[in-house]
Ligand binder design. Structure first.
Ligand SMILES: Nc1nc2c([nH]c(=O)n2[C@H]2C[C@H](O)[C@@H](COP(=O)(O)OP(=O)(O)OP(=O)(O)O)O2)c(=O)[nH]1
Ligand SMILES: [Mg+2]
Length: 128
């Protein structure tokens, strides 16, 4: 099983950040929470900090654990672990995504979200 960590970045309006996977990448065009695969020897938190630095050029503060979801893609299963996060320093500069947007949790069902992320809509609605 591949462990993938995702950052649910929140702004002061209570909106969350989603980013659109770059053209040419696997699952291009799907919206997701930024993050990526946990590498050998890393904790999920270390991995999140590294990924957000690599993908968005920001330093984050990790908050509450939101939950996990195991999703079976055709290429195999992933376990997606999500954490609430906030931007500690830096301005967002995308390297792995075409665009990003801050969105209200209740509008997440209106975008083409990566299938593994769909259960998080409800988890986030419950926690807000
Ligand atoms: N980062 C992230 N990946 C997700 C989400 N939902 C979802 O199904 N995935 C899938 C897409 C990929 O098949 C897999 C790993 O994510 P990734 O492509 O971001 O991995 P990575 O940053 O380490 O990138 P790479 O080095 O493998 O290219 O997880 C999500 O919300 N965030
Ligand atoms: Mg990634």
């Amino acid at each position: 099983m591949i462990d993938v960590v995702a950052a649910i970045l929140e702004n002061h309006q209570g909106q969350v950040l989603i980013a659109k996977r770059k053209q040419g990448k696997k699952m291009a065009g799907f919206w997701e929470f930024p993050g990526g695969k946990v590498e050998a020897g890393e904790s999920p938190e270390q991995s999140l900090i590294r990924e957000l630095n690599e993908e968005m050029n920001i330093e984050i503060e990790i908050g509450d654990y939101v939950g996990e979801n195991v999703h079976f893609y055709q290429e195999g299963p992933i376990k997606l672990l999500a954490y609430k996060c906030s931007v500690k320093a830096g301005d967002i500069k995308l390297t792995d995504h075409d665009r990003y947007v801050w969105i209200n949790v209740e509008d997440l069902n209106k975008v083409r979200l990566a299938p593994a992320d769909v259960p998080f809509i409800e988890m986030l609605s419950d926690s807000n």
